[in-house]
Design a protein around this ligand. Structure first.
Ligand SMILES: *Cc1c(COP(=O)(O)O)cnc(C)c1O
Length: 388
């Protein structure tokens, strides 16, 4: 098998090599305050073993820390309560750092080890940082994170406990993103910024393989709907990438309907999908984000153009929910199933609650629960009317 990067916009191919992030040609079209132009996808040529997960880095480079293979389980009480007999939860709170981000960090760290890279730099709303710090600790890598000073305490503490260097940024995540890129470009350190480093998308595709394998093992059919919480749109694109691979390998017949679930106060991708315009024009000027779901609070979705392209190609949908709906959903999920999710992940459940009556009862619905509720107890306390 030969692995390489391909630009989905212009079709140019590039080696998967240190220093390569965006498509050289398409990145020239980058506009101020707009999603990244020239985001690359991982591609292969040749025969892949249809039974295994195809990845561009050989297994010996992966750090010894158990990422992925998270439980897909049947929330019996929610199924009864909402008459949804084929509802499933994919519980990615079980990853080592408590979030889905570990899938991407694991692949990025494997790439760094293969190429003898010692330092990784990134910006984060909190979970990518705590995740890269955790995997970096297992992989013996130096991790430097640019994090909004207002990021939830638990996520900042995780970063420090895992031994990473934390650079607090006075402003928003969007400012942290730009500062971290400036730093990595100037110093030549490897960047794990989401979407900018194509391996962040590729690493996340493993979830689609696990969902399809586990449903098959449980005697269920393919997923019909997958509900994904969306900020920058990298998880969304990774999920699509996984299903595209599975289709190519002949392991599924259809790409499921993907529902991009956003907070109303940070819903650039939902607005772009509803817009009659396309590309950058569909995004327009950024709207400052305002939501308690910190992991999906982005002004400019970095993977917006790429994610929008996938949603349009596969007739995906988008839903925006209010912070109140998110907090109600958080409590309903925790008390109805036993799974305590952070607000961003509760957005997927809130989205499902909003549209579930339009779905047929025999359709297989999977909710991607991306982060643990323990990562932001202050937000959860607000949902209970408590001070934290
Ligand atoms: C990062 C994150 C998201 C959103 O992922 P994007 O790729 O930014 O869309 C959702 N949930 C959790 C817990 C996250 O950490």
């Amino acid at each position: 098998m030969k692995w390489f990067y391909r630009c989905p916009a212009c079709g140019a191919d590039y080696d998967i090599a240190p220093g390569r992030y965006l498509c050289t040609t398409c990145a020239k079209q980058q506009q101020q305050d707009r999603p990244l132009a020239g985001v690359l996808e991982v591609e292969w040529e040749g025969d892949a073993d249809p039974r295994s997960l195809p990845l561009p880095i050989e297994p010996q480079w992966f750090a010894p820390i158990p990422v992925g293979q998270t439980p897909l389980w049947e929330p019996q009480r929610l199924r009864d309560q909402f008459n949804a007999p084929r509802l499933w939860l994919k519980d990615d709170t079980c990853n080592p750092s408590g979030s889905f981000k570990d899938r991407a960090s694991w692949l990025v760290a494997a790439f760094a080890r293969k190429h003898g890279i010692k330092e990784i730099v990134l910006a984060s709303t909190g979970n990518a940082a705590s995740s890269m710090a955790a995997v970096g600790a297992a992989a013996d890598l130096r991790i430097k994170v640019f994090l909004p000073a207002k990021a939830p305490l638990a996520k900042r503490i995780q970063v420090l406990q895992y031994g990473a260097e934390l650079i607090p940024v006075g402003g928003s995540y969007d400012q942290a993103f730009d500062l971290s890129l400036e730093y990595s470009t100037r110093t030549g350190s490897m960047s794990r910024n989401t979407a900018y480093n194509p391996l962040t998308i590729e690493g996340k595709k493993s979830v689609a393989f696990e969902i399809v394998d586990d449903l098959l093992r449980a005697g269920s059919g393919e997923p019909d709907h997958v509900f994904v919480p969306v900020g920058d749109g990298v998880i969304l694109a990774g999920v699509y990438r996984g299903f595209e691979n599975l289709l190519r390998l002949g392991r599924i017949k259809n790409i499921p309907t993907i529902w991009a679930c956003q907070a109303e106060g940070a819903s650039a991708i939902a607005r772009a999908l509803a817009s009659p315009l396309d590309g950058n024009d569909a995004f327009g000027d950024p709207v400052p984000s305002s939501t308690l779901a910190d992991s999906i609070a982005v002004d400019v979705p970095r993977n917006g153009l790429h994610a929008l392209g996938k949603l349009k190609k596969y007739a995906g949908k988008a839903i925006a929910v209010s912070d109140d709906e998110i907090l109600v959903a958080q409590k309903a999920l925790a008390s109805g199933s036993g799974l305590f999710a952070e607000p961003s992940s509760s957005t997927a459940f809130a989205g499902w609650l909003k549209v579930r009556q339009s779905l047929a009862a025999d359709e297989v619905c999977v909710l991607l629960i991306t982060g643990s509720g323990l990562k932001d107890v202050a937000a959860a306390a607000r949902g209970l009317g408590l001070e934290a």
